[in-house]
Design a protein around this ligand. Structure first.
Ligand code: ADP
Length: 290
């Protein structure tokens, strides 16, 4: 089983002619309300794209937004282990301009209530997937508990921030995009050199349409991106991480698992939205088969 512990948000998205400047009011289109949050996106990706048995640990409020997330996770076959908080469910207020730029304000709400003591029993869990939208002390405590229990830890270092050494020491697979890699390993030197400074047995950087690279126990591996017509890259990184964890959890070796994750992420860019854009396993296998 894969356990994803982390954030769950509802995204409130409106398209507008342009992003408002301070003090300005802009009339936009209709509001769309969609389930998101890096943790929940990754759980949906693990379950839906790879078919791996997936459990999600998240802190939710007692509100309609929590129900939106519960429905989305259940629909993807994710077993939800919810911690109830008196704060509202996490929310992201997103304005998308005509030119495709966005401006996002996140109200983390209940996500900040996820505590070290909330980790469920790890019996039967092979992989723990973490991101950085919940308190860093909680993320660190979860990683350390997993390490002690012999559970492998995949950390997606998003959103970008520097990491405490004790967190890194408990991580097996680190996945960063270019900006996050700069934060964790600086901007000087080749990608391979920078991945090597991280010190986890496997370090992976995703490079958008240029694919992804891994340094795995000293061996460099390059996975090109699949050629698709990308229309919305929201949740590409989350789909990559969730599908990668699912594939590794099913016993795939790293090169195979990276190919699988790349195909799943490529398909997610061909559709609008976050969780709703994540493909099912059949589609991923068809893209890989060519
Ligand atoms: P993030 O969304 O976290 O910034 P990336 O943009 O690096 O992450 O995308 C993650 C992965 O998604 C990439 O490594 C690649 O496999 C896939 N991907 C992203 N953009 C495209 C694209 N335009 N075409 C094909 N695959 C893509």
């Amino acid at each position: 089983q894969v356990l994803v512990a982390g954030s769950a948000n509802v995204d409130y998205v409106v398209r507008a002619p342009h992003i408002p400047t301070p003090g300005e009011t802009v009339l936009g289109g209709d509001l769309t309300i969609v389930p998101g949050g890096k943790g929940a996106n990754q759980a949906v990706a693990a379950a839906r794209s790879s078919g791996a048995a997936t459990v999600m640990l998240a802190a939710l409020g007692n509100d309609a937004a929590a129900e939106t997330l519960e429905r989305s996770l259940a629909g993807a076959g994710v077993l939800l282990h919810a911690v109830r908080s008196n704060s509202p469910t996490g929310a992201a207020l997103i304005t998308v301009s005509e030119t495709g730029e966005n401006a996002i304000t996140v109200a983390p709400g209940a996500n900040m209530a996820l505590a070290p003591t909330d980790l469920p029993d790890l019996a039967g869990i092979a992989w723990l997937v973490l991101q950085l939208e919940t308190p860093i002390d909680t993320v660190t405590a979860f990683a350390q508990a997993a390490r002690t229990a012999g559970v492998k830890v995949l950390l997606n270092t998003a959103p970008a921030r520097a990491l405490p050494a004790e967190l890194l020491a408990a991580v097996d697979v680190l996945v960063a995009n270019e900006e996050e890699l700069a934060c964790v390993a600086g901007e000087d030197g080749s990608i391979a050199d920078r991945l090597a400074t991280i010190g986890t047995s496997i370090a992976i950087v995703t490079l958008g349409a240029r694919g992804s690279c891994a340094l795995a126990n000293g061996v460099f591996h390059l996975q090109p991106a699949f050629g698709v017509r990308a229309i919305d890259t929201t949740a590409a990184g989350d789909t990559f991480c969730g599908a990668l964890a699912g594939a590794l959890g099913q016993g795939q070796l790293l090169p195979e698992a990276m190919r699988f994750a790349s195909a799943a992420a490529a398909l997610a860019t061909t559709r609008a939205g976050a969780q709703s854009s994540i493909p099912v396993r059949d589609e991923v296998e068809r893209l890989i088969a060519g």
